[in-house]
Design a protein around this ligand. Structure first.
Ligand SMILES: [Zn+2]
Length: 403
C-alpha cells in the first residue's frame, strides 16, 4: 500500500519511456542538450538526463500535486526529460517560475520536434522563449524575460507592460516598433528574441528611427524576419463606442474591428466559441433585432442567457466574450504557425476569481498558443498556472513572481 506522504518516484520503465520519447535530449526550449553517451569504459554508457516531475513527487513540493493521485504523479504524463542543470532550475523557488502548463508545453513541443526529425512530418509548433533587452526606454537594462504558456505582466501604469507587448509584436509587425523610436537617440531600442519554430532562432532587433529597423537572425542581417509568428491582439474600441460624434457600430462590425479580422471570418468563428471544456461563454449567434438591426447574442456563464454583445453585457462580460473569440482565432492559427495572444487591456477589469478562470482556460492544452496578460492590480487569481513577472515601475527592474 502507499501512504499519502510517499514520494511518487518514477518507475524505471517510465524513466526509460520519457527519455526515449525525448531522444535523450533536454526538453528545455533553449537547451536541447544531449544527455547520454559513452561511459567510463568501452562496455558502458552514461546518462546524465533526469525524468523531472511536472507536478510534484510529494505534497508541498514544487508546483504542488495539482490534484493528481499517487499513480498519476508517477506516470509518464507527469514526467519531462531534462538535463541536470535544467531539472534543478525548474524546481527553484518552489517552481513558481515554471508552472505545470508551461512544462507540459515544453514537453509537447520537444516531442513534436523529435517526431518531425524522425518522421519528416509533424505539427510545426512554436514557442517564444525569451526577450533580452539591451537598450530601451522605460526599462532598466539589460533585462531578460522568459515567457510561459500563460505569462502575467504585473505592474502599474507606465511600468512597461504595453511596451513589452509592442516590442514582441514588432518581430512580425514593424508598425508597433516605430512609435518607440526616439529621434534624439537613434538605436535607443535594441533587443533579442529567442524563439523556436521548432528550430531555435535568435532574432536581434534594433530600432534606429521611426522608419529604420535592423533585423539580424542567427547572426545574418535580413530585411525582415521571414519566419512567421502570429500575434493576436485585441483593439480597445471603448473610446470609439462611447463617442457621440460617430455612428453606432453593429455588433459584427465591433467584433471585426476589435479582432482586426474580416466580418466573414468572425461569422465563421462564432459557432466554435464555447466548444472547449473550460469555456464560460457559449451560444454566440447573429440575429436581427425587432427594429431590423443585427445583433450578436451570447450566453455568459453566471448570468441569464441571451444578451446582446454591446448593449446588454457588462464590460467584464464583454471582455470574456472577446477573449474567447480571440482564443478560437489563436487556437486555429497555432496549429500551423507559432501564435501568441496579447491581452494588453482586456483582462484589466477582471476580479481575482475571473482572472483565475481565464488563466485556467488559456492554460489548457487544447489552446496550444501562448498568452501574455497585463494586470495593473495585485489580482493574481490563477497565478500558480501562470508565469508572473512583476515590473517595478519606470526604469526599475524585472522580477519573477508576485511582488
Ligand atoms: Zn537543458
Amino acid at each position: 500500500m502507499t501512504f499519502k506522504n510517499d514520494r511518487a518516484d518514477f518507475p524505471k520503465s517510465v524513466v526509460l519511456t520519457v527519455a526515449r520519447r525525448a531522444a535523450y535530449r533536454c526538453g528545455f526550449p533553449d537547451c536541447d542538450g544531449v544527455t547520454t553517451g559513452p561511459g567510463a569504459s568501452e562496455d558502458q554508457s552514461a546518462t546524465t538526463g533526469i525524468a523531472a516531475h511536472i507536478y510534484s513527487a510529494r505534497e508541498g513540493g514544487p508546483r504542488g500535486c495539482g490534484g493528481l493521485s499517487f499513480e498519476q504523479r508517477q506516470s509518464t504524463a507527469n514526467a519531462i526529460w531534462l538535463c541536470a542543470q535544467h531539472a534543478a532550475r525548474i524546481d527553484k523557488n518552489n517552481g513558481i517560475e515554471y508552472p505545470a502548463p508551461t512544462l507540459k508545453a515544453y514537453k509537447r513541443m520537444h516531442e513534436d520536434k523529435i517526431r518531425r526529425e524522425r518522421d519528416g512530418i509533424g505539427p510545426k509548433v512554436g514557442w517564444i522563449h525569451s526577450l533580452s533587452i539591451d537598450h530601451a526606454p522605460v526599462f532598466h537594462t539589460p533585462a531578460e524575460i522568459q515567457f510561459g504558456k500563460v505569462t502575467v505582466l504585473l505592474g502599474n501604469n507606465d511600468s512597461g507592460k504595453t511596451a513589452l507587448c509592442d516590442w514582441l509584436q514588432g518581430i512580425s509587425d514593424p508598425g508597433t516598433l516605430c512609435d518607440w523610436a526616439d529621434p534624439k537617440r537613434p538605436g535607443n531600442l535594441s533587443f533579442e528574441v529567442t524563439y523556436l519554430d521548432p528550430i531555435k532562432q535568435k532574432l536581434r532587433v534594433r530600432v534606429q528611427s521611426h522608419d529604420e529597423i535592423e533585423y539580424v537572425i542567427n547572426g545574418e542581417p535580413v530585411p525582415f524576419d521571414p519566419n512567421p509568428i502570429r500575434f493576436v491582439r485585441l483593439r480597445d474600441l471603448a473610446p470609439y463606442r462611447f463617442s457621440d460624434s460617430l455612428p453606432p457600430m453593429s455588433d459584427l462590425e465591433f467584433l471585426s474591428r476589435t479582432l482586426s479580422v474580416n466580418p466573414a471570418l468572425v461569422r465563421n468563428m462564432l459557432p466554435i466559441v464555447g466548444s472547449q471544456r473550460a469555456s464560460t461563454v457559449s451560444g454566440l449567434r447573429i440575429e436581427p433585432d425587432e427594429d431590423g438591426s443585427i445583433h450578436v447574442w451570447t450566453d455568459v456563464q453566471g448570468t441569464s442567457s441571451g444578451f446582446s454583445l454591446q448593449d446588454q453585457l457588462s464590460n467584464t462580460e464583454r471582455c470574456r466574450v472577446l477573449i474567447e473569440i480571440a482564443a478560437v482565432f489563436a487556437r486555429y492559427s497555432a496549429k500551423r504557425v507559432p501564435t501568441v495572444l496579447l491581452l494588453d487591456w482586456a483582462a484589466k477589469s477582471f476580479d481575482d476569481s475571473w482572472m483565475s478562470r481565464v488563466v485556467e482556460f488559456l492554460s489548457s492544452e487544447e489552446n496550444a498558443f501562448q498568452t501574455i496578460i497585463e494586470r495593473v492590480t495585485n489580482g493574481l487569481g490563477g497565478h500558480s498556472m501562470a508565469r508572473v513577472i512583476t515590473l517595478g515601475g519606470r526604469r526599475a527592474g524585472v522580477t519573477i513572481g508576485p511582488s
